[in-house]
Design a protein around this ligand. Sequence first.
Ligand code: AMP
Length: 311
Amino acid sequence: MSLVVVGSLAFDNIETPFGRADDVLGGAASYFSLAASVLTSVQLVAVVGADMPEEYLDLLRQRGVDLSGLQRIPDGKTFRWAGRYEYDMNVAHTLDTQLNVFADFKPNLPESYRQAEYVYLANILPSLQLGVIEQISRPRFVGLDSMNFWIGNPETRADMAPVIERVDAVFMNDAEIRQYTGSYNLFEAARQLLTQGPRVVLMKKGEHGAVAVSNEGIFVVAAYPLETVKDPTGAGDSFAGGFMGRLAEAGDTSWEGIKRAMVFGSVVASFAVEDFGVAGLLRMRREQIEERFETLRQYTAFEALAESPVS
Ligand code: AMP
């Protein structure tokens, strides 16, 4: 099953307590595509400038990512982002965002993308997310990501509501969901979002995992316990890549399928944060996903404990 993604392709400058990386390949769509393409075929919609080296795009091509929906603007500059993480790496600071070629981008999907069943609207201008979803004839499952940069600006925030109405899953972290809904309690906030259209709200909690809230139930997944974490950039997009990639691979969008896909998301994100930029994802292999899935199951399972009385 193929999976269409729209989002940023970027040059990132990243600073964490464990080092820094400059002008590396980043962007929500890069992380997402590298994460999902181990599980299913990915078709990417984005724009880059003349400055994007072919070697960076080759990293995506080598994973079989279809770049026929990628536009290159000959006299344009690629999106840029700079960020810094505190010692508590759940706390991120954006130092700089330069939209560059994304400011005037009009997505026009190749014919081969328009029948896609699975769609992920990664972090980018909400109006571009809407432009993409409108061109896909009958998507079966659409996921949506956003961030404070768009929620905090009244103009782009207003563009989010029509997108939220049309998606099946919304991915947000604690701060984003509170900022968007104005509710402090995360479960109340998630329920509020559910009334606006989506089937499930996926709350990302960084090194503490993720929680799904839907009308079918609640599901909590732990983060995979790692002894080396260098750079949390792209963890959310990689979580979404593992999640959407698994949904597309299995073709199972039931609540059970969603729960299993969350475990895939958590495991896939663990590869992303072990190294700077996309280096960890580039090393990830399908068999390792299976291995970590099983380990995480053992670390978190407590069905057996429930067989005996709690007291
Ligand atoms: P994450 O850590 O999962 O939130 O994703 C980080 C990636 O998102 C980086 O590689 C950035 O290039 C990209 N990014 C950061 N801010 C934005 C933004 N406002 N719009 C689109 N992409 C962004």
